[in-house]
Design a protein around this ligand. Structure first.
Ligand SMILES: *Cc1c(COP(=O)(O)O)cnc(C)c1O
Length: 366
């Protein structure tokens, strides 16, 4: 009897090992992100925290994802010496992947919806990446995949791999870091964690971690907030995986035109749909408390957190609520912080600003 035998083309393990070492060293040089306690006079018996993911070297929570996706691609043998990297992105992921592609000396091409914030495009190009645009928000995936095939490169596919590239059991993932930083607070076990979903990866990591460590964090519930022009909320409500929208989300980084594979509804306890005007008004309001600007998805997160807090106060419940700053507002000076842009989009933030002023005084979101 003879055996069949086939040897694959040899891979350059020295290059892979050097690439992994570069990413690990970059991680070792990085500090953890802050957990900010937001003190509001109306919050009597409920404490509110913001995990500040805007302070990563590449400026958003996507720094964690990009690091995980590169390590996953390298250790799977998908990213090799000289492989061009492509990605479908609304911008933040592409900035962070551009950062890591430069670190490894790999070419990087981002495929984005037309109209992505100019500041984001400039940052991708700053890291040496190239930007290509498509008119239909739903066309980014196929175009990024086609480009990788044509170039003999690797399509990162964040929307598929976000939930599995991250070490959800720990390794200082966002959940482990957040819960550890809550350790010395008076309500160390959060009642709610509130996040928004782009890939759904952050929600999946936190939701799994809550279950994995349910001995410690079993009383914590996960709420996902969703903007207008996104299918996640209706998918969560109906279970219909085939839902799509034509119009892209106006809240950059979150809300998707299709149900993304990395969004896992079974780890989510509740969803709240937040109007875009409320998301934007909330970051204007937050600036008056924090002294700096944040991206609009931070507003979506915070508005959802305030709704949950108002419910807790109403019931006389005590506890803590943790949510997140996703990226800095400087990326959006010509959109969310520009009155002409708001007018052109027919977004009136005045009523919601008034509502938030009221909340500051009374703890009611009436
Ligand atoms: C990606 C992103 C999110 C959502 O995070 P996911 O883990 O992808 O669901 C929120 N805000 C911003 C600015 C983002 O870029």
């Amino acid at each position: 009897m003879s055996t069949a035998d086939f040897t694959a083309a040899p891979q350059d393990h020295d290059w892979t090992s050097a690439a992994v070492a570069k990413i690990e060293a970059d991680f070792n040089r990085s500090a953890d992100t802050h957990l900010i306690k937001l003190n509001l006079p109306c919050l009597d018996g409920v404490d509110l925290y913001l995990k500040d993911e805007s302070t990563h070297p590449s400026g958003s929570l996507k720094h964690r994802l990009a690091r995980s996706l590169f390590l996953y691609g390298l250790c799977n043998g998908w990213i090799t010496k000289d492989s061009p990297i492509t990605e479908a992105s609304s911008g933040s992921t592409a900035i962070s992947e551009g950062y890591f592609a430069r670190l490894l000396g790999l070419p990087f091409i981002a495929v984005m919806p037309a109209g992505t914030a100019a500041e984001k495009v400039a940052q991708i190009e700053f890291y040496g990446g190239e930007c290509r645009f498509v008119d239909e928000p739903g066309a980014i995936y196929a175009e990024a995949e086609r480009l990788a095939e044509d170039l003999g490169g690797h399509y990162m596919d964040q929307f598929t791999f976000a939930e599995r590239a991250t070490d959800w059991r720990g390794n200082n993932n966002i959940a482990e870091s957040m819960f550890a930083q809550m350790g010395r607070e008076r309500f160390a076990l959060p009642r709610w964690v509130v996040v928004s979903a782009g890939t759904g990866g952050t929600a999946s990591t936190i939701g799994r971690f809550i279950r994995y460590r349910s001995g410690a964090f079993g009383q914590t519930q996960l709420c996902v907030v969703d903007p207008e022009n996104s299918v996640f909320f209706d998918f969560y409500r109906t279970g219909d995986r085939g839902l799509t929208t034509e119009r892209g989300s106006r809240i950059e980084g979150i809300g998707r035109p299709r149900v993304e594979p990395s969004f896992l509804p079974t780890v989510v306890d509740r969803m709240i749909q937040v109007p875009d005007a409320a998301s934007i008004a909330t970051v204007w309001w937050l600036e008056t408390i924090l002294g700096r600007k944040c991206g609009a998805s931070t507003g979506t997160n915070l508005y959802g957190a305030l709704q949950l807090i108002a419910e807790m106060l109403e019931r006389g419940e005590r506890g803590s609520v943790v949510t997140m700053i996703c990226d800095p507002g400087e990326r959006y000076l010509d959109s969310y912080f520009d009155r002409d842009w708001l007018a052109a989009e027919k977004l009136d933030i005045a009523p919601c600003l008034e509502q938030l002023e009221g909340f500051s005084k009374t703890g009611k979101l009436g």
